[in-house]
Design a protein around this ligand. Structure first.
Ligand code: NAD
Length: 260
């Protein structure tokens, strides 16, 4: 069992991360999932991942804003698998607020979860990848890693940071058969997005329906949400052997948003 590759996906109890975890499960990997949720909800996710093909599934509740909990997750990974082959940094939160009203603790929390956690997980995964002479790191950034929108100062700063981290680590590992890339999705219909609709409506003084049409999908030229399955497919490609030369870059799945 030690030969089976281990894919660790942070923030994988919901949305994009869950879709990516399901993809690796279908491909027969050992899957490590992480994120918040009620115990019965977690149990059914673990059961489903096994049912669709995962070899072993480890769940760890590490809060990505806390280095000590990330450490503990890697201790569990060490004792169960002693390897990490694929790391998908996906955990992320959003908060929509004008900069002069933005709660400082919220701002720092977003930087910790959306950016600093990527450093902590990369730092602890790379030694395994170097030892095995193969590795894939995919950071789920955002179209907001490339361009900005008002009222999202913490998120946009963090996601721009993720792209800088991605490029730097890719250079460090380029000769080790380890690639490091980012994915920049536009709007995907997940709880993260749907939960910000009400806040955005309030900040901008418009209806929730108009937030979807006139704010979220305004620049998404396709006028459609991106599907979770599209992200999972892109992650799967970046983790394939045929993507060995794709490193230090990003893949945009944003319906033409960043073309403008
Ligand atoms: P989501 O809210 O559906 O899922 C987020 C996951 O992260 C959940 O499993 C949650 O439990 C977990 N999580 C949250 N805080 C955590 C913490 N402190 N520690 C550990 N886990 C934590 O969100 P999503 O839309 O699937 O977003 C996933 C990633 O994709 C995020 O990084 C987000 O910024 C990025 N993204 C999303 C969209 C979109 O439109 N949904 C677009 C671009 C980028």
């Amino acid at each position: 069992n030690n030969q089976t590759k281990v894919a660790l996906i942070t923030g994988s109890t919901s949305g994009i991360g869950l879709g990516v975890a399901e993809r690796f499960a279908k491909n027969g990997f050992n899957v490590v999932i992480n994120g918040f949720g009620k115990q019965d909800q977690i149990n059914s996710i673990v059961q489903n991942l096994k049912q669709i093909g995962a070899k072993e599934v480890l769940y760890h509740s590490a809060d990505m804003s806390k280095e000590t909990e990330i450490n503990d997750m890697f201790e569990k990974i060490k004792s169960q698998f002693e390897r990490v082959d694929i790391l998908v940094n996906n955990a992320g939160i959003q908060h929509v607020c004008p900069v002069d009203e933005f709660p400082s603790d919220k701002w720092e929390q977003i930087i910790k979860i959306n950016l600093i956690s990527n450093f902590h997980t990369i730092k602890r995964s790379v030694p395994y990848m170097k030892k095995n002479g193969w590795g894939r790191i995919v950071n789920i950034a955002s179209a907001h890693g490339l361009i900005a929108s008002p009222f999202k100062s913490a998120y946009v700063a963090a996601k721009h940071g993720v792209l800088g981290l991605t490029k730097t680590v890719a250079l460090e590992l380029a000769e080790k058969n380890i690639t490091v890339n980012a994915i920049c999705p536009g709007y995907v219909k997940t709880p993260l997005v749907m939960n910000q609709v009400a806040d955005t409506a309030r900040v901008r003084g418009i209806s929730e329906e108009d937030v979807i049409k006139k704010v979220l999908l305004l620049n998404q030229a396709t006028k459609k949400f991106v599907e979770v399955e599209e992200i999972a497919e892109a992650v799967s490609y970046l983790c394939s052997d045929n993507a060995a030369s794709v490193t230090g870059t990003h893949l945009s799945l944003d319906g033409g948003w960043s073309a403008q």
